[in-house]
Design a binder for this molecule. Structure first.
Ligand SMILES: NC(=O)c1ccc[n+]([C@@H]2O[C@H](COP(=O)([O-])OP(=O)(O)OC[C@H]3O[C@@H](n4cnc5c(N)ncnc54)[C@H](OP(=O)(O)O)[C@@H]3O)[C@@H](O)[C@H]2O)c1
Length: 162
């Protein structure tokens, strides 16, 4: 099966946060989305690299660069606060940052570095951005809150009819 970024549907009006958007798969995903009109927030470890990558993206969309170190939950928390302050809603978070096969190192919070970067950090980022994600009018259906849960964060009680 072949696929080309031109086949991506129109993205105007959507805001997408992309980790690892300065290189590799994350860059290509961000570039394709900008090409189709999305506002892509490049969430990158090195903002200078992010700016360079943003300059290589062309299209009807736009870019914003924010600093994000997925292996540091304190910095990640600052980044999430920035995102929540600046963005009304986020249609998707593309989690493409990652490291592989590094020597064993622990992060400041005591997680093994690869697990921290590839998994824990992304889970924390999506959890922190959840409010923005759920409110996005054009969010993918998989990240919308189920209608039944709208307005209430409480789990349903067993036997409850509503
Ligand atoms: N390419 C493939 O064929 C392939 C196949 C299977 C799985 N994968 C996995 O998919 C992921 C992405 O692959 P890729 O080829 O796109 O790799 P890549 O070009 O090396 O890109 C990795 C990205 O992750 C960022 N990153 C690393 N540590 C970070 C941290 N602590 N906080 C924030 N960003 C961080 C890097 O930022 P810096 O530039 O600042 O380092 C870079 O932008 C990797 O986990 C890789 O193992 C890739």
């Amino acid at each position: 099966m072949s696929w080309h970024p031109r086949q991506l549907p129109e993205q105007t009006g959507r805001t997408v946060v992309g980790t690892g958007a300065n290189s590799g798969i994350g860059f290509e995903a961000a570039r394709a989305l900008v090409g189709r009109g999305a506002h892509v927030v490049l969430a990158v470890r090195d903002p200078a690299k992010g700016q360079c990558a943003a300059k290589r993206m062309a299209g009807t969309g736009r870019t914003t660069v924010v600093e994000l170190d997925l292996s540091d939950l304190d910095q990640l928390s600052d980044c999430a606060t920035t995102l929540l302050d600046r963005l009304d809603d986020v249609s998707a978070v593309i989690c493409k940052a990652g490291v592989m096969g590094r020597p064993l190192r622990l992060t400041a919070q005591g997680f093994e570095r690869q697990t921290a970067t590839n998994h824990v950090g992304h889970a924390a980022l999506v959890a922190r951005c959840g409010r923005c994600l759920i409110s996005a009018p054009r969010a993918s259906s998989w990240c919308r809150a189920p209608k039944r849960a709208a307005g209430s964060c409480r789990p349903r009680r067993r036997g409850s009819s509503s």
